[in-house]
Design a protein around this ligand. Structure first.
Ligand SMILES: [Zn+2]
Length: 294
């Protein structure tokens, strides 16, 4: 028999991603810190607010956010679940259109403004071409709620594994691991220490760069990035790269007897075979797995 596991690029089993909202001036400093340590993430921008005197001009976006992802955050940041559907559609679509006109690539992710999410919002976003949406929440707190407060623990069930670093069941309701003001260093150290390879693990941090100015705690994010950066077993990815990678993997076509696998996508897929072999199945190729059937 042969045992095949999904792996992240390079055969890794952990992924770190960041998600920062509103596109205000402090993004410049945050991007600089991320770049210094090889940390990557997604910046969620309101296309209709850039001229309010607090936000970065679109002419700067392409260069500033290079190597990261720009994603939608609605045109004007309303609490969308209070809005009529036709308004939600315009808030999502107009943001997408403007961001795409500046960035030159498809914008397929969104962070729901004010965390305003419902099934209706998710369906609308999906119908407009969005493939993931970040909802406000804290997956780690859900798992470990018993340690935080008994009231919070009521009815909350961990998903996937018991570490709190699991991937979402539905990318349209993607919850972060933690906000950066919520035990970031502790969670980061726990994540870094994970070594068991039975699961794929994700750490997902969200916030607003201007909060570091307001709270006078830029040290926190710098220390975190220095601590978590440069690890061989962590994939540093944007939000959309994670979604797209899972899709590449899920499209793999395995022979019924697992003797070969065909990858119909353009990008590589990575497998761990029999616990120790890292296999890259390049896009458009068939990989012979017989050698591993022992
Ligand atoms: Zn926001």
């Amino acid at each position: 028999m042969i045992k095949i596991y999904k792996a992240f690029p390079g055969g890794k089993h952990k992924v770190l991603t960041m998600s920062y909202d509103d596109g205000k001036f402090a993004d410049r400093k945050l991007v600089e810190i991320f770049n210094k340590y090889g940390i990557r993430g997604t910046f969620n921008i309101n296309a209709g607010l850039y001229n309010d005197g607090k936000r970065i001009d679109p002419s700067e976006w392409k260069e500033l956010y290079k190597g990261h992802e720009v994603a939608a955050h609605t045109l004007t940041h309303p609490t969308i679940d209070r809005c009529p559907s036709v308004e939600v559609v315009q808030e999502l679509l107009e943001d997408r259109k403007f961001l795409e006109s500046v960035m030159g690539y498809p914008i397929r992710g969104i962070a729901y403004p004010n965390g305003s999410y419902s099934k209706r919002i998710g369906e609308l976003a999906k119908s407009l071409g969005f493939v993931y949406g970040r909802a406000v929440g804290d997956s780690y707190a859900m798992v470990h709620a018993t340690n935080l407060s008994n009231n919070d623990a009521q009815g909350l069930v961990p998903v996937g594994d018991e570490t709190g670093f699991s991937l979402p069941a539905d990318f349209m309701e993607w919850k972060a691991t933690c906000h950066h003001n919520h035990n970031l260093m502790k969670f980061g150290e726990n994540f870094k220490a994970l070594y068991k390879k039975q699961y794929l693990y994700m750490m997902y941090v969200w916030g607003h760069s201007y909060e570091f100015d307001n709270d006078n705690n830029w040290d926190l994010i710098e220390d975190f990035c220095a601590m978590i950066g440069g690890q061989d077993d962590i994939w540093y990815a944007t939000n959309i790269e994670i979604v797209d990678y899972m899709d590449v993997f899920d499209r793999l076509q395995f022979a019924a007897d697992l003797s070969f696998v065909y990858n119909p996508s353009a990008a590589s897929a990575w497998l761990i075979v029999n616990d120790t072999n890292v296999v890259e199945v390049k896009g458009g190729t068939t990989f012979n797995l017989k050698q591993f059937d022992i």
